[in-house]
Design a protein around this ligand. Structure first.
Ligand code: ARG
Length: 471
């Protein structure tokens, strides 16, 4: 069979052009969505009396058989049929004869491909919300186990103030919580139907777009036919949100890599998530977090790539827009791989509480609290800061930590010190003194875990409510 659009042409397409312009090698990923969209479209053509009922039934039967063949890997795609839409249409016509050619009535590949992309991302976004939620669950699980584990908190990667390790983990739970919110918000724009826009201007057939939307479970239809076929904002949004998710994963990766180094020894990743060295037998490398950190780059690249494709494109459809797919598929694959590995890797991570405690005992991260102690005694904060600065310097020069100083030594820096300073300096006291909403004191962290666990439940309900059934 010749090309579906061959009528106007007198020459064969150049072989190289065919290969260069075809998208079937990658848009075959959209087969399920394409058939789903076609089934809804043809049902509408029947309901509107545009096609007779028996043609509609024949076409539906044919489409379902084609989908079965695709699922079994039996359909052979051909580059000369360019893309998934025409490969499926061709297979349909081969299966049911010329009546298959009626499917494309009142439709263009421009609104068809946009519909496929909306259907595809709509499913993926719900899956990603679920995956992010599982990662949060793993982090919350570790936080619950570490409500009494104190670690140095850092600024400038210098020890700053001691915090609960649970509090540190819960920071990531908040970050992934924002990622979930962003994806949930983008859902309503993805959940908008382009079909019915035709090539760009609408169609002369008396179609019913709202009926198609209902069939496909879309909440809205595009207001403007040109916008419907030209819009790729929903993909850009997804790629931006994915970039932020990967940035978060990359920051966590960096910390896991640092924490599992011999220099820190704060955590040990399970053997199942590490690899060895082919030459150095002692090594256990944190490959998973390293690769996630590395792959963040390609996800950013896919975002910048599509932004650049769309920049300056005139309305409406341009072939450039076919370039929206590979980057999106790559981002979906990269991010879902990362999230699927991260949740169990966090859940099985061993936390070296003793080593963390050792680190806290050997630092000056309680210095702010002595300053606050002196402020409590009436000394202006700036002066207290100066006094403690000198005290710390003295400790460094004499190879001591604050808790090693005698009361006489303390009093040498300020008469305001008394024996209560030893209690004030205990890491537990320091941590629990930060008893403000969102702070690191244990009751606050427990409350934060409680709120996050509740959010887990409502996110699970959202995922269930937004999960679409099969074709
Ligand atoms: N394969 C095309 C794409 O992905 C489908 C739309 C083609 N439309 C057209 N007018 N050539 O963008």
């Amino acid at each position: 069979m010749s090309k579906l659009w061959g009528g106007r042409f007198t020459k064969q397409t150049d072989q190289l052009v065919e290969e260069y312009t075809a998208s079937i090698t990658f848009d075959k990923e959209l087969a399920e969505e394409d058939v789903r969209g076609s089934l809804a479209h043809v049902s509408m053509l029947g309901k509107q009396g545009i096609l007779p009922a028996e043609d509609v039934e024949t076409i539906k039967g044919g489409l379902k058989r084609v989908l079965e063949r695709i699922r079994k890997g039996e359909l052979e795609y051909s580059v000369s049929d360019e893309d998934i839409h025409m490969n499926i249409e061709k297979a349909l016509i081969e299966d049911i004869g010329p009546v298959g050619g009626k499917l494309h009535t009142g439709r263009s590949r421009n609104d068809q491909v946009a519909t496929d992309m909306h259907l595809y991302l709509r499913t993926r976004v719900v899956e990603f919300v679920g995956l992010l939620r599982s990662l949060q669950e793993a982090l919350i699980g570790q936080a619950q186990e570490n409500l009494d584990t104190i670690v140095p908190g850092y600024t400038h990667l210098q020890r700053a103030q001691p915090i609960l390790f649970a509090h540190h983990l819960m920071a990531y739970v908040s970050m992934f919580g924002r990622d979930i919110e962003r994806l949930q918000d983008s859902y309503k724009r993805i959940d908008t139907l382009p079909l019915g826009a035709g090539a760009l201007a609408g169609t002369t057939f008396p179609i019913d777009r709202h009926f198609v939307a209902e069939q496909l479970g879309f909440g809205r239809v595009y207001e403007n036919s040109l916008d419907a076929v030209s819009d790729r904002d929903f993909i850009l949004e997804f790629l931006s949100h994915a970039s932020i998710v990967m940035m978060h994963l990359s920051r966590l990766s960096e910390e896991l890599i640092l924490w599992s180094s011999t220099e820190f020894r704060f955590v040990e990743l399970d053997d199942a998530f590490c690899t060895g060295s082919s030459i150095m037998p002692q090594k256990k490398n944190p490959d998973v977090p390293e690769l996630v950190r590395g792959k963040t780059g390609r996800v950013y690249g896919n975002l910048v790539g599509l932004l650049t494709v769309l920049k300056s494109l005139p309305l409406a459809y341009n072939k450039d827009m076919q370039e929206d797919k590979e980057g999106m598929f790559d981002t979906v694959k990269t991010m879902s791989g990362a999230l699927r590995l991260f949740a169990p890797m966090i859940a099985t991570m061993k936390v070296n509480k003793g080593q963390m405690r050792e680190a806290v005992n050997k630092d000056f991260s309680n210095a702010t609290d002595i300053a606050d102690f002196l402020v409590g005694k009436g000394l202006p904060f700036r002066q207290a800061h100066e006094v403690i600065g000198k005290t710390v310097l003295y400790c460094i020069e004499n190879d001591k930590f604050l808790l090693d100083l005698t009361l006489e030594e303390f009093k040498g820096f300020s008469e305001l010190f008394d024996e209560r300073i030893y209690e004030v300096l205990q890491p537990e006291t320091v941590v629990n003194a930060r008893n403000v909403y969102g702070g690191t004191a244990r009751p606050q962290v427990e409350a934060a875990i409680g709120r996050a666990s509740q959010a887990l439940e409502s996110v699970a309900a959202w995922v269930e409510e937004h999960t679409q059934g099969d074709v």
